[in-house]
Design a protein around this ligand. Sequence first.
Ligand SMILES: CC(=O)N[C@H]1[C@@H](OP(=O)(O)OP(=O)(O)OC[C@H]2O[C@@H](n3ccc(=O)[nH]c3=O)[C@H](O)[C@@H]2O)O[C@H](CO)[C@@H](O)[C@@H]1O
Ligand SMILES: C=C(OP(=O)(O)O)C(=O)O
Length: 428
Amino acid sequence: MANLVVEGGYPVSGTVRPSGNKNAVLPMLCATLLSEDEVTLENVPDISDIDKLLAYFESKGSRFHRDRAAQTLTIQHDFQAFITNEAELPFGIRAAVLLLAPAMVRSGNLHFDTEAKGCALGVREIDPHLEILQRFGCRMTARHPCHMEAVGPVTAAKIWADYASVTATETFIMMASVAEGVSVLNNAASEPHVQALCEMLVAMGAKIDGIGTSRLTVTGVERLCGTTARVPDDHHEVATFLAIGGVTGGRLRVESGIGEHMELILRQFSKLGLEFEVEPDAITVTGWTRKITEPFTTELLPKIEAAPWPYFPADLLPQAIGVAVGCEGDIMFWNKVYEGALGWTGELLKFGARVHLSDPHRLVVFGNNQLRPAVVEAPYIIRVVVALLVAAVQVKGVTRIQNADPLRRAYPHFVEKLTALGAKVHWE
Ligand SMILES: CC(=O)N[C@H]1[C@@H](OP(=O)(O)OP(=O)(O)OC[C@H]2O[C@@H](n3ccc(=O)[nH]c3=O)[C@H](O)[C@@H]2O)O[C@H](CO)[C@@H](O)[C@@H]1O
Ligand SMILES: C=C(OP(=O)(O)O)C(=O)O
């Protein structure tokens, strides 16, 4: 495990372009297995989750060409190699669960361990995925490790999900795209990455209605063809750059055309005193007042709530908490998604921040802290490493973030990018 050493107090300024969204490229890459043709992905981030998926595909004889400098990846699968499903699914990444649907379509028969956990945010359920496979006509014949087999052809399903799960929606979309008949998912997730998967599949010949809404209707097709698809820029990385620029007193311009996805995100960060200039193809953080916006309703504590899209994303709540510890007022953070996503906040005490974990979902951050550099321990949660970094860059002195490796799962060359913008940060 590697540690990050951060010397805070230096403005992070300039212009930067974000990378492709990890949570978009992963389902897009898994969905390439639905076609026999070559698929090219553009704006592919150089992250370790991709390396793990490609190692899996390589073990199955898939051919690919990856140009890291050009950020492109061309891949083609050998369908025959998937008939015996012997390769182990990758460990330590949630996206392993996204291989279940396309591998089942290819092989009709799947042995796997339920180890598709990813970040340590609480229980990472696999049940919704298994239920979707069953509803499309697969049968479970063994548990732990699990064995599933297709009973006949994949046939359409009408499902009303318990909750809007990102990866379970993606599993549904992949199954439904090639199932016989018309499938419907109610309570579908609609995150930008879910939309990106839908758009790629439509370009491959899939018939999907309701993209970006909570009800998806998919008419299955016999064959999906090859395509070239662009991975959308990562709205998490855009927001992270803006947060870091703002709390360091920098003026940082992030160039990207994903402004349509940023409105609510920027409004929540504005509650923390960050100031922005928005142009069609760029967002610039121009200042940080440190003042929390007080609600007109005086009985209310200011709050930022994270929930499935179009709410503020759970994957951005830690970064917002990292900003809040430097503010002058009090504010509550509410993670309506994960039951284990705020346990790490005790690490903030080491910076001298005062925080109160009301229950597993709600945290109050108190203002006017006298922050100091610290040695902190990152859990296996990508966004928490970033949150600790957001806290560290605003404090003069040297902070050490131990076990910061999860950063490499989603933020390509992040330390190099920050260094080029004036931050003092390095791996040790
Ligand atoms: C590879 C990938 O894409 N990972 C993302 C995906 O994970 P993933 O698809 O695993 O996350 P889900 O959307 O399934 O939600 C995670 C958990 O939150 C709970 N839950 C969620 C929604 C809800 O309305 N009620 C509820 O209780 C459930 O326990 C669920 O297991 O979406 C998460 C939520 O945006 C993100 O944090 C992850 O980065
Ligand atoms: C939680 C995350 O990822 P994963 O679901 O892949 O662990 C994340 O991207 O913040």
